[in-house]
Write a protein that binds this ligand. Structure first.
Ligand code: DX5
Ligand code: ZN
Length: 219
């Protein structure tokens, strides 16, 4: 495990002032987490490629793009080309994750695979060598502000065990309900990248909230 990555989710920020909201966490956060939803893969709609392209020019913090969309094969490469650091697509939406991961890497991005609440992780453990990131949802994908589901941490433990046995460099990211009262158990299970929406942007001082989360994750 490497030092923890803290990735605030702008889903919980004020979309009318996105650049300022990103500037508020620059310096304190490692990545900014960008939730792309298409109202098809999930029953919610957020932002897409034009907004990500514009926002990319407004900041230098790495973008961690989480695609909750149908047909990621078609859309994910555009986010890599737009300068995203990490592009994560959902296992449930993709019939050839290894091929898409290869395409993303060729386009200059890290490749991530997301596992939603109702999806077991076992079938995907053999794909870990082809991925840079695996995102374990600790809620059902679609909305911020939901309660953390500790039972999802069994998936984190399974991935961490496999990564250790096979000596893999993969980042294990958790997303959903991560806050001061949940981040330690996620870190203990083996996660080393932490998305936090409400816990950062709902705080009076987002940078201070990030520092607190980082301290708890580092143990
Ligand atoms: C939800 C998104 C999450 C969301 C997390 O589907 O993937 O990134 O922003 O929000 P919180 O931290 O409030 O659970
Ligand atoms: Zn997310």
């Amino acid at each position: 495990e490497r030092s923890p990555i803290i990735a605030p989710s702008i889903l919980a920020s004020d979309f009318s002032r996105l650049a300022q909201e990103v500037h508020a966490i620059e310096g304190a956060a490692d990545w900014v987490h960008v939730d792309v939803m298409d109202n098809h893969f999930v029953p919610n709609l957020t932002i897409g490629l034009p907004v990500v392209q514009s926002l990319r020019k407004a900041t230098s913090i790495p973008f961690d793009v989480h695609l909750m969309i149908t047909d990621p094969q078609r859309w994910a490469p555009g986010y890599a080309e737009a300068g995203a650091y990490n592009v994560t697509f959902h296992a449930e939406a993709c019939d050839d994750p290894v091929a898409l991961a290869r395409t993303l890497r060729a386009a200059g991005a890290k490749a991530g695979l997301a596992i939603d609440r109702d999806t077991p992780v076992e079938p995907y453990l053999e794909l870990l060598p082809y991925l840079d990131t695996i995102l374990i949802m600790t809620i059902k994908a679609g909305f911020g502000g939901q309660a953390f589901m500790p039972e999802m941490l069994d998936k984190v433990r399974d991935v961490r065990r496999r990564a250790e046995v096979n000596d893999l460099e993969i980042r294990i990211e958790v997303d959903g309900g991560i806050a001061a009262d949940t981040i330690e158990q996620a870190a203990e299970a083996g996660a080393d990248a932490f998305v936090a929406g409400t816990a950062v942007y709902g705080a009076a001082d987002p940078a201070e909230a990030i520092r607190k989360l980082r301290g708890l994750a580092a143990g």
